[in-house]
Write a protein that binds this ligand. Structure first.
Ligand code: NAD
Ligand code: TDX
Length: 350
């Protein structure tokens, strides 16, 4: 029996982690703490919402009192911390929310864990989920490893880097048992359509321009979200105290090449003539401070914990397209919310 707190479990990656944990470990009690910001969506979890080992708590991690009360009432053994403001473009227009949730929120959780566990750390773990963006931007060659120096360049990545440093500081200063993982770009079902792949799927479906920043030559390393969730499961159970693990798909794509592949898959799925969707590609003003290339070396995780990604990219993209086309209600409820004003502000003047 274990009591596990998962933060941000109503979001994209968090919902896949919650589902995996609730289904795979019926003897664990899983509490999902989520503020339900624009990115949080309980519809991501309808299939497990009535499971007897699952509880949802609506709450904000920037509220220190709420967080410490939750620890006091639930006596957690472990934390998997995913709650965050996660979109780079939003961090450029509104950095402060990123500082509040990603930095202050993380410190509130660290403090609550420390107070609750006192110095009785046996079988306890604070697992912090982070990003490869903390390492900065790569040139044409090389990969980020666990020892690459931090060099964040956006308010988002700077706030995540700061939270990583604080988690390590609690390990060194107070002996809090911690693990950190830094993952590359995720894609898959339930991703909010502000991110490149679901935004493009939605625009192609609706015959709207696909906005490509700059020349489309920036490179990202893409991983299917369920593969990230399986890595998180592995690291949570078998990762070593104080260690960092990089997670990546060995799957680098130039944005423009990825979009051409996606257009091909969409043509087929929508029974359009080949080349039809690609006509929607539109080059727009670049993102400020746009990182050129991310690529992750996950050999430590592969060797030490025997993890590997399960899906080839094209197969993962086809699965993702299928999911979005078969879940139009999920998408239309999002499109009817604050998304429209976000979209118009973000893309209106590009
Ligand atoms: P997301 O934006 O889809 O979900 C974030 C969730 O956190 C939402 O449910 C939201 O309601 C919740 N949340 C936000 N602020 C909160 C607050 N103050 N209190 C409580 N809950 C709050 O994000 P995601 O893409 O699923 O990312 C999850 C985590 O994984 C983040 O920490 C992110 O930095 C990290 N990560 C994401 C990626 C990626 O490609 N998406 C890659 C590597 C790491
Ligand atoms: O409309 C767009 N056009 C475009 O060309 C959008 C939204 C993005 N892009 C580009 C920017 C990036 O080079 O596509 C690439 C991917 O962009 P995003 O989906 O916004 O992801 P990215 O900025 O790379 O960050 C993601 O991966 C790391 C997640 O959002 C982060 O939370 C994660 O930490």
């Amino acid at each position: 029996m274990k009591n596990i707190l998962i933060t941000g479990g109503a979001g994209f990656i968090g919902s896949h982690v919650v589902r995996l944990m609730v289904k795979k470990y019926p003897n664990y009690q899983i509490v999902n703490l989520d503020a339900l910001t624009y990115a949080g969506n309980l519809e991501n979890l309808t299939d497990i919402e009535h499971a007897s080992n699952y509880e949802f708590v609506k709450g904000d991690i920037t509220d220190a009192k709420l967080v410490s009360r939750l620890f006091a009432t639930h006596n957690f053994d472990g934390v998997i911390h995913l709650a965050a403001e996660s979109h780079v473009d939003r961090s450029i227009s509104n950095p402060l929310e990123f500082i509040q949730t990603n930095i202050i929120g993380t410190v509130n959780l660290l403090n609550a864990a420390r107070m609750q566990w006192k110095d009785q750390f046996e079988d306890k773990l604070f697992y912090h989920i982070s990003t490869d963006e903390v390492y900065g931007s790569l040139g044409e060659t090389g990969l980020f490893t666990e020892t690459t120096s931090y060099d964040p360049r956006s308010p988002y990545s700077a706030s995540k880097a700061s939270s990583d440093h604080l988690v390590r500081a609690y390990f060194h200063t107070y002996g809090l048992p911690v693990v950190i993982s830094n993952c590359s770009n995720n894609y898959g079902p339930n991703q909010f359509p502000e991110k490149l792949i679901p935004l493009a799927i939605n625009n192609i479906k609706n015959n709207k321009p696909i906005p490509i920043y700059g020349k489309g030559d920036n490179i990202r390393d893409w991983l299917f979200v369920e593969d990230h969730a399986s890595a998180i499961d592995e690291i949570f159970h078998n990762g070593k105290n104080g260690e960092t693990y990089n997670i990546g798909g060995l799957n680098e794509w130039k944005n423009i090449d990825l979009i051409h592949l996606l257009c091909k898959i969409m043509d087929k799925a929508l029974h359009r003539a080949e080349g039809e969707s690609a006509k929607l590609i539109t080059f727009v003003k670049d993102r400020a401070g746009h990182d050129q290339r991310y690529a992750i070396d996950s050999s430590k995780l592969m060797k030490e914990l025997n993890w590997k990604p399960s899906l080839q990219f094209e197969e993962g993209l086809e699965k993702t397209v299928d999911w979005y086309l078969n879940n139009q209600k999920w998408m239309s409820r999002i499109l009817s919310g604050e998304y429209e004003s976000y979209y118009n502000t973000q893309y209106g003047d590009r």
